[in-house]
Write a protein that binds this ligand. Structure first.
Ligand SMILES: [Zn+2]
Length: 188
């Protein structure tokens, strides 16, 4: 069984992430606090519609995942340890929050498939791939990255934007495929 979402180009995902960056006063070249953005979004929803869009869940109630999104309830569930690490500015915690925000904004129409034998679906239609791409575009100032990649190492970029190195690496591959950066630069 595979789950898919409608195709979204990296440009489109970038635009949607940038709207959230702008709405939260993201500063050029600086890291983006995804947890702070989620809390502000939540406060706005409570004020306007009297409903929360996220909640903190005890570890024993969500033993297998750090974060989840209920598409039916339109709600982000963060496990307590993930919430605490995100509020501490930890890269993995912040990435999980940014990833769940990706599901929250991008995924309203996911489908379950029983595929034809030997059929493979394009990875760009995978909701996990799209949520990771959204998370990277949310956490990274991609204009800054494109300008600075020649003079910064992957560890420096990872520290600057507080994003795990493996997730940054994946995204450099996506950006290279999209023509944003040179292919070789994504392989260092
Ligand atoms: Zn996910």
């Amino acid at each position: 069984m595979k789950v898919t979402a409608p195709y979204q180009s990296l440009e489109n995902i970038r635009k949607r992430a940038w709207m959230l960056r702008l709405a939260n006063g993201a500063k050029p070249g600086r890291y983006f606090d995804a947890m702070d953005a989620l809390e502000k979004l939540d406060a706005g929803m409570v004020e306007e519609f009297n409903r929360h869009i996220w909640e903190c869940v005890q570890i024993e109630d969500m033993p297998d995942s750090l974060g989840e999104v209920s598409l039916k309830e339109r709600k982000i569930l963060l496990r307590e340890d993930c919430y605490l690490s995100a509020t501490d500015g930890d890269k993995e915690g912040l990435f999980t929050v940014a990833h769940e925000l990706g599901h929250f904004f991008l995924h309203t129409d996911c489908r379950l498939h029983r595929l034809l034998p030997d059929m493979e679906l394009d990875e760009t239609r995978c909701p996990e791939y799209q949520a990771d791409a959204f998370a990277c575009e949310l956490l990274i100032d991609s204009d800054y990255l494109i300008r600075s990649i020649h003079r910064m190492t992957i560890d420096e970029l990872s520290d600057r934007f507080r994003i795990p190195v493996n997730k940054l690496n994946d995204h450099l591959g996506r950006m290279a495929k999209n023509g944003d950066i040179n292919q070789q630069l994504s392989l260092f």
